[in-house]
Design a protein around this ligand. Structure first.
Ligand SMILES: [Cu+2]
Length: 134
């Protein structure tokens, strides 16, 4: 019978300790779940409407209030007939005119170019107003 060489050892420990941390069991690399950069933003001038002023003029008691307003080019003026009498809004040069506005009805016109534009109520021509477009 052959006696093993390690018979004198107290316990059968392996001579070389196992490399517990040498081999990572789970990869720690995070999978790419999203693109590293944000998608390109759309051009700010493409979708965003210019902040041209929209001004409301109230027609009441045979006056445009305020009679003179200033807006940016591309802005819109809204005339609202708040009084009991019917009115219209029309350019002095007849380039545009509203329908007859009953009480509570409104009309809007967009001014695309700069200038000074006079208008009146065609039913009451003494009712005048001015839109200054800058
Ligand atoms: Cu009028």
């Amino acid at each position: 019978m052959t006696v093993p060489a390690s018979a004198g050892a107290a316990s059968p420990k392996p001579a070389v300790p196992a490399p517990a941390s040498a081999k990572p069991a789970v990869p720690t690399v995070t999978p790419p779940t999203a693109a590293p950069t944000a998608p390109p933003a759309p051009s700010p001038t493409a979708a965003v409407k210019p902040a041209a002023a929209s001004v409301t003029v109230t027609t009441e008691d045979f006056d445009f209030k305020p009679a003179t307003i200033t807006i940016s080019a591309g802005g819109t003026v809204i005339w609202n007939n708040a009084g009991p009498t019917i009115h219209t809004v029309g350019a002095t040069d007849n380039s545009w005119v509203s329908e007859v506005l009953q009480k509570g009805q409104s009309y809007s016109h967009t001014f695309s170019s700069a200038g000074t534009f006079n208008y009146l109520c065609t039913l009451h021509p003494f009712m005048t107003g001015t839109v200054v477009v800058k």
